[in-house]
Each structure stands twice: as structure tokens, then as C-alpha cells.
Design a protein around this ligand. Structure first.
Ligand SMILES: O=C(O)CCC(=O)C(=O)O
Length: 326
């Protein structure tokens, strides 16, 4: 941690801005690319995904691509039965990264998600944002998507810059049928949602962030950031960890959620129950996060990695601000 002299190093070549603050960029853009952050975990996560493919969960879904040249399959909520995923979540230091980006004093694990495009998978990941699928929402949310294969820009994750700040999130769609996820009409403004849009039709108005990635890179994005991807001619395995911060709360959606978490018994406004969604340890920083070649984030080495060392301002119920240092 910063106070003990261990500092982090983010190499984020897309910025190249001296003194740029990664958390500010995340807050403004809703997404950042963190180059080489988890290279030491590639083997572990790859083993985990192999196990996942051999022993899929009840949530395994090939999104209707069974007969395609390459499938686009996903599975989630497996960290408690696949040790590689559990050790990554709790020991890789990913929670520190999430805390820094969200500027949150705490980081709670929502779930893990594996997304695999097999060679020749033509299925696009539809433009969507994750929040409406989830029963948790709030300003402090982050998914960290980690590719385990080289990903050229043609098949990488694509994210609409600043879309996490849009007043109306886009309609969630079912990835198999491409119909409204709640059984509603996804082509109209309704229920607080706007129809999903294709930024390639409006390149002047909408900026897409997309980074070619190497294995072990990370793309962090807010649950409300609209994102999608094209198909992939080569194998593209990705592990995504979804986390929430201090002020995320349970929200009652107008239909089913993904993941469903049957029988959770939470109610509107409640924090996610910790026995199902554990707090992640913030002290753990693995050696791979401390690298010699660096672009520091922040003014001095002792403040760089642990972005959460910034004072966190909470609005308490009385409406007065209180400042806390984690
Ligand atoms: O890997 C992909 O194509 C999509 C990833 C995604 O939608 C997500 O992680 O939320």
C-alpha cells in the first residue's frame, strides 16, 4: 500500500498525459485501458476458464451460436467453485484497482463472468450497458474485463465514451433473441430506457473507445457504460470481475435480472448482502502489480497506485458532507 512504500504502476499507453489521473479519466469517460496489469495471472485465469468450459454451470449460455463456426459462450457466478477465479478475486489486488477507480473505501464482489469467442465466432456482442441487467446500481460500480488472448482492435471490446453519464441507459436485450430483455419493446423509449444505438451510424456524435489488447491487459468500465464487440476470427477468451463500491444499492428491476440470484431476499435501497457478495480485501497487492517500468498516476510514487488513498467524500443522510480516509 502507498503508506508502506509499495506503489502501483499503471501503464496506460493510450493516455500519455503526464500527471493524468486515472480515476478522473474513469469518472469522465466511463472506461480505461490498463496495460499489462494482470500478466502474472494469465495462466491461473486460463486454467480457470478451461475448467469452466469442462464443467459449465447452470448459467452457461452459448447465446444461440451452437451451429456457428465459432460459438460465443459465456458463464458466470463461478468463483466459489473454481479456485482459480476465487484466488484471482481475493489475491490479485484487483480490489485495489477497483477501489482506486471508483474512489471507494470498500469493494464488494458482485460476480465473475467468462466470455469466450471461439475462432470464427461471427456473433457480435450487442451494444448494451450492464446496469439494467443487474439488480445493483449506483455511482460506484466497475467491471474489469481481462483478455487472455491477444485481441486485435477488430474484435476488442468497444465502449461509448461518457455513456455512463447518459440520463437514459439503453434497453437491455436478450443476447440470444435480441429482443427486449424484460419482454418489452427494445426499439422504443420506455421504462426509462432508450433504444440501443449503433455508434458506427453516428461516428460524428459518438466516440468509441477501443483498444487492441494483449493477454493480461484490463479494460475497466462502469456498469452504465454502453459497450459491445464484433465477432472474432481467433480465440478470444476474457474473464471479467464485477464489483461495486460504497454507495451501490439493490434496485428492483421491472423484470428478470442477470444473474438472477434466486431467493436473495434483498429489498430496494439495501446494500448487497455480504454473505453472498463478499467484501474484497484491500490490503492484497500481488507482485505483478508492482512493476519497474511505469507511468505513474498522480504526482508522486507514494500516491500513485493506491488511488483510494484520496479522501473519499460521502454524503451522509443528513445531507452534510463528511470526509473519510480509508
Ligand atoms: O466480451 C465481450 O464481447 C463482451 C463483454 C461484456 O459485455 C461485459 O464484460 O460486460
Amino acid at each position: 500500500m502507498a503508506s508502506s512504500g509499495i506503489y502501483a504502476v499503471f501503464v496506460f499507453d493510450h493516455l500519455h498525459r503526464a500527471g493524468a489521473d486515472l480515476a478522473d479519466t474513469f469518472a469522465a469517460d466511463g472506461a480505461v485501458h490498463l496495460r499489462g496489469l494482470f500478466t502474472d495471472w494469465i495462466d491461473t485465469l486460463t486454467r480457470g476458464i478451461t475448467q469452466n468450459a469442462i464443467h459449465p454451470s447452470e448459467f452457461f449460455n452459448d447465446n444461440g451460436t451452437t451451429n456457428d463456426l465459432g460459438r460465443f459462450w459465456d458463464d458466470y457466478c463461478n468463483w466459489s467453485r473454481i479456485p482459480e477465479f476465487e484466488s484471482f478475486a481475493f489475491q490479485s489486488g484487483i480490489a485495489q484497482v477497483a477501489a482506486g477507480l471508483m474512489r471507494s473505501a470498500t469493494v464488494q464482489l458482485f460476480h465473475d463472468h467468462v466470455l469466450v469467442k471461439e475462432p470464427g465466432a461471427s456473433r457480435h456482442t450487442p451494444w448494451h450497458c450492464d446496469a439494467p441487467y443487474y439488480f445493483v446500481d449506483g455511482p460506484q460500480t466497475v467491471s474489469i474485463w481481462i483478455p487472455l488472448d491477444p485481441v486485435p482492435v477488430e474484435s476488442t471490446l468497444r465502449l461509448i465514451r461518457g455513456s455512463h453519464l447518459w440520463e437514459e441507459p439503453v434497453h437491455p436485450v436478450d443476447w440470444t433473441t435480441m429482443q427486449g430483455f424484460y419482454g418489452d419493446d427494445e426499439t422504443r423509449h420506455s421504462g426509462g430506457f432508450q433504444p440501443a444505438l449503433d455508434p458506427d451510424n453516428e461516428p460524428e456524435q459518438i466516440e468509441v473507445l477501443e483498444w487492441a489488447c494483449e493477454p493480461g491487459d484490463a479494460v475497466a468500465f462502469h456498469y452504465r457504460t454502453v459497450h459491445g464487440a464484433r465477432g472474432s476470427s481467433r480465440l478470444r477468451r476474457a474473464f471479467s470481475l464485477r464489483m461495486v463500491g460504497d454507495n451501490a444499492r439493490y434496485v428492483q428491476r421491472r423484470g428478470r435480472t442477470s444473474p438472477p440470484f434466486d431467493g436473495h431476499e434483498m429489498v430496494e435501497g439495501q446494500k448487497l448482502r455480504e454473505d453472498w457478495f463478499p467484501m474484497l480485501p484491500l490490503g492484497a497487492i500481488s507482485a505483478n502489480l508492482v512493476k519497474p517500468s511505469v507511468i505513474h498516476v498522480g504526482p508522486d510514487p507514494d500516491s500513485v497506485y493506491n488511488l483510494r488513498c484520496d479522501p473519499v467524500t460521502h454524503r451522509n443522510p443528513a445531507g452534510t458532507d463528511e470526509e473519510t480516509s480509508p
